[in-house]
Write a protein that binds this ligand. Structure first.
Ligand code: ATP
Ligand code: MG
Length: 783
């Protein structure tokens, strides 16, 4: 243990402070004793820029937390003067949990610890007027954003079918990720969207301002703009945030990078930690190059490398390290672990997806009981990490059937549900009656006789009055433009909004208010009267929503939380196995990890396979690396020979990543129902060649396999995967797509230029592929 009276640690402290620290004794720096020398250096080098670049499980997050402990213990900064940011909600939560477990006295919570987006949302509330907003601005989600863009595209006389709003949204996001305001869009970029992209971007920003709304990208963009244009505001925050710490730095985009650089440039007390091999958000504009830029922008930065992995056993680490060497574009590093031995990475092939889910269910149970001499691994210590969230269903179904408690992590889906979004629109109106998008969504929901015609009248009156829709509606009533029953309904609706808003301003009990809103508006009633099979579930969800409100101070706080799509698994304490996407698992660790669905087209995804060049494939491989390195003791990779998608069978080839695993560190398990080692013999020949992959696949299609399969399943009709290309976008079966008229759905079949889609709301339909767009990344949104 080093002396806690080390002068270097106590620069700037008075003698009495030093004496106090000394009196605290060795306990004061116990968090340092838990670190190895390199980690310790990183935790103790408090002043000036520091970059910690190291592989998975080497203690980056742990060291970051020790650093916070050290900053506070040495009185360098108090908890309010520390800014600690990361990229995903899950990683932010992990930081908070870890800080709690760090052995030191934390007098106040570290308030400024969270994701870039949540911190920027807080800051922007204080300075909204500097970018023409009011502090109660609404944060739009993707759906609202798309609807808004669509209106603008139509207003610009463009054909919305040829030039879909979703595509424009992607373009605008990519500009915002680079911190470009409309004026910044120049050169070749202006050619986007039929040369109208930048013009529409400007119109969109203007419209957002009128609506007092921001989208996700704006949270960062506005703060960067404010910092750049208002040096006084920036200087204030530079003073406030004396020390800046960034976890998962490899996933920052340019806007986030600029934001950090602005905040840190005065005192340069910035510490970033990351791993280039775990950069998995390139599709959202993350720039691994930011790691390389760091040393340039902060000359003299101390760079610490950590090589000892404390998380995983030898085989798991070796398997992951072996896999990632197939990536050409990486900085390269070596990792070792003192945890020798342990189980090899387990690989198992299954007949189909259902069987994979069944086997995993049984395996989770037997691991939780303790098996083969292993200590029992509680369900909380086990996770199933999937590439695409549609894979989750099979596990949910299975676990429900066998009564295995599980939690699905990845909050967005709950908040994406129709009834939840409707209810939220009501809440939004209560908080800001001038939220026109919310108004549009619920003005005739439940049906009040305020259909398209009445709404058009309201729009016209609003435009004439140069005001929002609430004002427009009032004007319509005054002018007698809406009469009869509709007028009565509209009046009641407006009165409702008025009452609810007054209740919000009065700070009345928001949970009670939420219930009142849902009752008075007739929304709950609507579902009670609904006789479709989904209605009871929807009512359950609404109850769940009201329950969720209890954890918040007021409606606005809750709306903000949801807008940032925090995931919301409150019952952490209960023992449950976790199901989540690989993207959501970053930074986490579990004693046992299951990685199902390692099949070409699923993982790596079809989109990555179709893209020319290595970029997308390398990102998928990093995702695989992230997956394996989440495991501490047991890592099980699996694939299925057949998958059923909405009743249609599809034969699958094992993932190319399986062949890239070093065979020495992999144990092949015999699938259930298969005796005599046919499969084992075929695969034991080794990994690393396409040939062996074909051999494995052949096993599934061999008659022997089918004979041994005892289940009463129709032998699946092997079906080649067809891919149709539209506007240079390729779709595969199972992809999530978006159709102008029918909304979101999944590709079931492709035949020529026609696709069979199972739409979420409209049921299954044959549509021309030309009218489909990929539903980009919604599944993977981490916030
Ligand atoms: P990732 O890249 O996956 O985010 P990381 O580098 O942030 O990983 P941590 O999560 O901080 O790694 O650490 C991995 C595990 O190793 C944790 O359980 C942590 O407590 C443990 N660990 C880290 N350093 C040490 C150490 N010096 N002694 C003992 N355990 C350690
Ligand atoms: Mg970490």
């Amino acid at each position: 243990m080093s002396s806690i009276l080390d002068d270097d640690d106590f620069g700037g402290l008075s003698l009495s402070q030093r004496a106090m620290m000394a009196a605290r004794g060795p306990v004061g720096t116990r968090y340092l004793d838990e670190l190895n020398p390199a980690q310790r250096e990183a935790a103790e080098t408090l002043d000036g820029p520091l970059l910690m670049l190291a592989g998975a499980g080497t203690g980056k997050t742990k060291t970051l937390m020790a650093r916070i402990a050290h900053l506070i213990t040495t009185n360098r900064a108090n908890a309010r003067e520390i800014l600690a940011v990361t990229f995903t909600n899950k990683a932010a939560k992990e930081m908070k949990d870890r800080l709690e477990r760090t052995p030191f006295h934390l007098p106040d919570p570290v308030r400024w610890m969270g994701t870039f987006h949540s911190i920027c949302a807080k800051l922007l509330r204080n300075h909204a007027e500097l970018v023409g907003l009011r502090s109660n601005f609404t944060i739009l989600d993707t759906d609202d954003q798309i609807r808004l863009l669509k209106q603008l595209i139509i207003a610009a006389n463009m054909d919305e079918k040829r030039w879909p709003a979703r595509q424009l949204a992607g373009i605008i996001d990519s500009w915002k990720n680079r911190a470009w305001t409309p004026e910044h869009v120049r050169g070749a970029e202006t050619a986007h969207f039929n040369n109208r992209g930048s013009e529409l971007y400007a119109a969109y920003q203007e419209r957002l301002r009128t609506l007092n709304a921001v989208d996700f990208g704006d949270l960062l963009l506005h703060m960067v703009t404010i910092f750049q244009r208002h040096p006084d505001v920036l200087a204030d925050y530079q003073r406030r945030f004396k020390y800046i710490l960034v976890d998962e730095y490899q996933d920052t985009n340019t806007a986030q990078y600029l934001w950090l650089r602005l905040l840190a440039q005065a005192h340069r007390n910035i510490c970033c930690v990351g791993d280039d091999d775990q950069s998995i958000y390139g599709w959202r504009g993350a720039e691994v190059g930011n790691i390389l830029r760091f040393e340039k922008d902060f000359p003299g930065a101390v760079v610490v490398r950590l090589e000892q992995n404390y998380r995983s056993t030898e085989h798991i680490l070796a398997a992951a390290s072996g896999l990632i060497t197939a990536n050409r574009d990486r900085l390269g590093k070596t990792l070792w672990t003192a945890d020798k031995g342990g189980e090899k990475v387990r690989l198992i092939g299954h007949w189909d997806g259902d069987e994979e889910a069944r086997w995993i269910g049984e395996e989770v149970e037997s691991l939780s009981r303790g098996t083969r001499g292993l200590d029992p691994i509680p369900l909380n210590g086990q996770a199933i990490l999937v590439r695409a969230s549609h894979q989750m269903r099979a596990f949910e179904d299975r676990f429900l059937t066998i009564g295995l408690p599980y939690r699905v992590i990845g909050g967005p889906r709950f908040y994406e549900r129709q009834e939840i979004r409707d209810a939220m629109a009501y809440f939004r109106l209560a908080v800001s009656p001038d939220d026109d998008l919310a108004f549009e969504r619920v003005v005739n929901l439940p049906k009040r006789g305020l259909g398209d015609k009445a709404q058009a009248v309201i729009q016209t009156c609003a435009r004439a009055a140069e005001a929002g829709l609430v004002m427009g509606a009032k004007a319509a009533l005054q002018q007698g433009a809406i009469t009869g029953k509709a007028a009565g309904a509209l009046r009641a609706f407006l009165e409702g909004i008025g009452r609810w808003h007054a209740a919000v301003l009065d700070n009345s009990d928001h949970v009670r208010l939420a219930e009142t809103i849902l009752e008075e508006s007739g929304y709950t009633e609507m579902w009670l009267a609904d006789k479709t099979p989904e209605a009871p579930g929807r009512l359950e969800n609404l109850k769940e929503l009201v329950k969720a409100l209890e954890g918040f101070e007021n409606l606005q706080g809750f709306l903000e939380h949801v807008a940032l799509i925090m995931d919301n698994d409150k019952d952490q304490s209960e023992d449950k196995v976790s199901i989540m996407t690989l993207h959501a698992a970053k930074g986490l660790e579990f004693p046992a990890v299951f990685l199902p669905g390692w099949e070409d087209g699923l993982f790596p995804s079809q989109r990555a396979l179709d893209e020319s060049g290595q970029r997308a494939l390398e990102e998928e491989r990093r995702l695989a690396y992230v997956g394996i390195t989440r495991a501490e003791e047991i890592c099980t990779i699996s694939f299925a020979g057949n998958r059923r998608v909405y009743g249609q069978w599809q034969s699958q080839l094992p993932s190319r990543f399986i062949d890239e695993l070093p065979g020495r560190h992999v144990e092949i398990l015999t699938p259930p129902g298969l005796y005599g080692g046919g499969f084992g013999a075929a695969t034991a020949s080794g990994f690393g060649s396409l040939e062996s992959r074909a051999t494995k696949a052949d096993v599934y299609n061999s008659p022997g396999w089918k004979r041994m399969e005892t289940r009463a399943t129709e032998p699946p009709r092997p079906k080649a995967r067809t891919v149709t290309t539209v506007d240079s976008v390729a779709f595969g079966i199972g992809d999530r797509v978006f159709h102008q008229k029918f909304g979101y759905g999944e590709v079931i079949d492709l035949e020529g230029d026609t696709a069979l889609i199972e739409f979420e709301k409209a049921g299954s339909k044959h549509v021309k592929a030309g009218f489909l767009k990929p539903a980009v990344g919604l599944d993977d949104v981490p916030f």
